[in-house]
Ligand binder design. Sequence first.
Ligand code: ZN
Length: 339
Amino acid sequence: MSDAVIPSSLLPWQQSQFQRLQILASNNRLAHAWLFAGKPGIGKLAFAQHFARYLLCRKAGNHGPCGSCQDCHLFSAGTHPDWLLLQPELRQLKIELIRDAISFAQNTSQRGGAKVIIITPAESMNNNAANALLKILEEPPAQTFVLLVSEQPGLLLPTLRSRCQRLDFPAPPAAQALAWLQTQAEAGKNPAFHLQLAQGAPLHAYKLMQAGAEQGFGVLMNNLEAVANGASTPVQAAKNCDELGFATTIDYQLLGMSLLLAVLQGGAALVVPPLEPLLSRCNQVAGTGMIRRLHDYYQSLVKARKTAMATNNANPQLMLEALFAEWSRVVAFKRASAH
Ligand SMILES: [Zn+2]
């Protein structure tokens, strides 16, 4: 998620977490290292940024940063010299970046206040990087805070986890998430649809809404259904998704498969309208065989996305054709058994 879509104020479902840290900080009892854990798309990074700004603002009150001092202005402009955001583009955060963080931690604060390092997602650090970071956590320089943001804290080195105070971020209640998303929505957008598509994760939903996912997702689900019922071929379907682009086509398929699996496995009751034909198709052959094949297909999508990101000469059109062909086998079954 790019910084542009991160709200600058505290999200309504993060009040209790903020209060807890704010009380510790105002009593000078704030630990140097924190692990913010929770599912993707609920605003952990937004919270970390808000809290970083609070720590850097020297006119901060109980409710957060003042928003008008020099530190707040520098932070908003992304040019505050005493905070560092490490967020790898690809999935691995290497030791070189942690070395930058170590010298940042060891240098004196440029504006004479706190220094803050945010690492997200923390599980993107390889072992060398994590071990290097331990150096800062074992002997934290004064007024230096490290905020680790993680979707999968179980993947972090146990030594790293044990050096951090953990703060959990549960997903917000659906009504609160929807109310917030409605305040963010431009006219003509459909917050409820996007929240369902993002399985209740409001920041993920916001990002999808900004990207106009409703239409693209519909196009993609129609193409999957057309391949399934024989109205279209994998080659034609891949061509129809040309405008969406390879990465988006894969991302929307991943969303669709993950929603289908959630419903088929009893984890979700609702489904967005473009998914209904596929759901009823899958329901006709519901059972472990179908669920296993959907899981396998999901893994193929993940693999295709990784391959395309890692290589320059991958042919996205051919990869999509192969995926749609695989999809036609996933949903192939004997109709005689249904009627
Ligand atoms: Zn301020």
